[in-house]
Design a protein around this ligand. Structure first.
Ligand code: SF4
Length: 459
């Protein structure tokens, strides 16, 4: 690295290193990348070594208690680093900061600043303030503008990028802290997003995008636009090959969007659609605004629109006072829905949410057992699905090579979001980021072994 200083205002910024620790969802990882890109303007580059950092930044997650605990513990560990190196800057961003920033600053004397989710783009000003001599400050202002307007920033050399299209959530599911940590929904305009994606494709070689938001299905309401319209516009960008979107709420899945899964040439053959429970009474207590039948009808329509589509979901087990019958309803849903995979969680009470006030008589041991049993149940369901796919040809992007017991295999992420490993005929060929067709030879519960039948070259 060249040793060139950057002068901003009254301050000279020599080359410095930032170490990030990110907890939680894709949105947080994307925010971290955005902060890193913005911090290059103040001469920061990323380090993987906490010990050599000049700036330590935590990007926090408030969704589950476990992520919170890990953050508190890692923040505590930094105290020793700061004692050795008093010039070290320590900051906390993200969802926990948004709601607890002041308490964090009081409790952790070595924490210099905290800031919330809606001021991520002010990271350079925030770090500047620290180097200008300010300390122990907290910002958690909400963006009050009627439109959300940004330009995507990336620092990696992967042909895939996340593109924020909406922020916030208006749904207030009773177990979820997100509306309190991310605020109300605001969408970007289609025109801006299309220009942004064109730039990513033409100037940075991006070939796959994931449209990102807490609830992307309600994108554009305030502007009389929709995610289906956005996808139709993005379909027209020649060099863009694949479009994904996440997170989805079933309540906002429109017929227009379902049809787009059949008509779009670029929409991935996969949709992750969180259902959370197969019991109508639990869904009501969760305030999910969809029923079990409504959800199953969406899956049916999606499969009619595109028979190749692969579906996955999120499940919460052990919601307060979940009865055995309600739990069994969720198991039965797994049989009917035939998900390719699920992410299952044990309910975690989040202070400040409605569900946290429910007096819960369901023992922790029962919750834990239900989670383990449900995961096993789903693995049996998906094993049958996966065994039925042997011999099929699938397409995907080669992500990386892994060598185990002296055998080199390439790992491919398919359009339908499955993982396939293949052994190259010639171990010398570099397939990284090639688009390939594979024949599925065998399946485990979580991945496939395949044989490459066509190499379409680098994406
Ligand atoms: S839709 Fe529900 S679960 Fe998803 S972010 Fe909004 S409140 Fe949370």
């Amino acid at each position: 690295m060249e040793n060139i200083n950057i002068v901003k205002g009254d301050i000279t910024f020599p080359p410095r290193k930032v170490w990030f620790k990110t907890f939680g969802c894709q949105m947080n990882y994307h925010d971290t990348e955005r902060m890193l890109a913005l911090l290059t303007g103040l001469n920061f580059t990323k380090t993987e070594l906490r010990e050599e950092a000049d700036l330590v930044l935590f990007n926090t997650c408030a969704i589950r208690g476990l992520a919170n605990e890990k953050f508190y513990s890692q923040l505590g560990e930094i105290k020793h680093l700061k004692a050795k190196n008093p010039a070290l800057a320590v900051g906390a961003a993200g969802c926990v900061s948004q709601i607890e920033g002041n308490e964090l600053l009081k409790k952790y004397k070595h924490l210099d600043f905290a800031f919330g989710t809606d001021v991520i783009d002010q990271i350079s000003e925030i770090v500047y303030r620290f180097y200008a001599g300010e300390s122990k400050f907290f910002i958690n202002a909400w963006d009050k503008s009627s439109n959300y307007s940004i330009e995507t920033k990336i620092t990696h050399n992967d042909p895939r990028a996340f593109v924020n299209i909406i922020k916030g959530c208006n749904n207030f599911c009773t177990y979820c802290i997100v509306p309190f940590t991310r605020g109300r929904e605001i969408s970007r305009k289609i025109k801006e997003i299309v220009e942004d994606v064109k730039k990513l494709v033409n100037e940075q070689g991006i070939r796959e995008i994931t449209l990102l938001g807490q609830n992307v299905n309600s994108f554009g309401k305030e502007n009389d636009e929709s995610i289906a319209q956005l996808i139709h516009q993005l379909d027209k960008i020649d060099e863009l090959k694949l479009i994904r979107y996440t997170s989805s709420h079933p309540y906002n899945v429109s017929d227009e969007l379902i049809k787009t899964h059949g008509s779009s040439k670029k929409l991935a053959l996969h949709l992750h659609l969180p259902v959370q429970s197969g019991s109508d009474s639990v869904l009501t207590r969760m305030k999910r605004r969809h029923t079990r039948q409504h959800y199953l009808d969406i899956l049916k329509k999606l499969r009619e629109a595109n028979p190749e589509i692969v579906l996955s979901s999120d499940i919460i087990v052990g919601f307060p006072n979940e009865t055995e019958e309600e739990y069994q309803d969720t198991l039965r849903l797994l049989d009917e829905a035939k998900f390719d995979f699920i992410y299952a969680y044990k309910y975690s009470s989040r202070p400040g949410t409605k569900a946290a006030d429910i007096e819960d008589s369901l023992p922790e041991e029962v919750k834990k057992k239900r989670l383990v049993d449900l995961q096993k149940y789903q693995l049996d369901v998906q094993t049958v699905i996966r065994q039925g796919l042997i011999g099929k040809i699938v397409s995907g992007l080669v992500e990386e090579a892994r060598t185990k017991d002296g055998v080199k295999k390439w790992v491919v992420r398919t359009s339908c979001f499955r993982i396939v490993h293949f052994e190259p005929e010639n171990p010398e060929v570099d397939y990284k980021f090639h688009w390939v067709d594979l024949e599925l030879l065998s399946a485990t519960q979580l991945s496939f072994q395949g044989k490459m039948v066509k190499d379409h070259g680098k994406w």
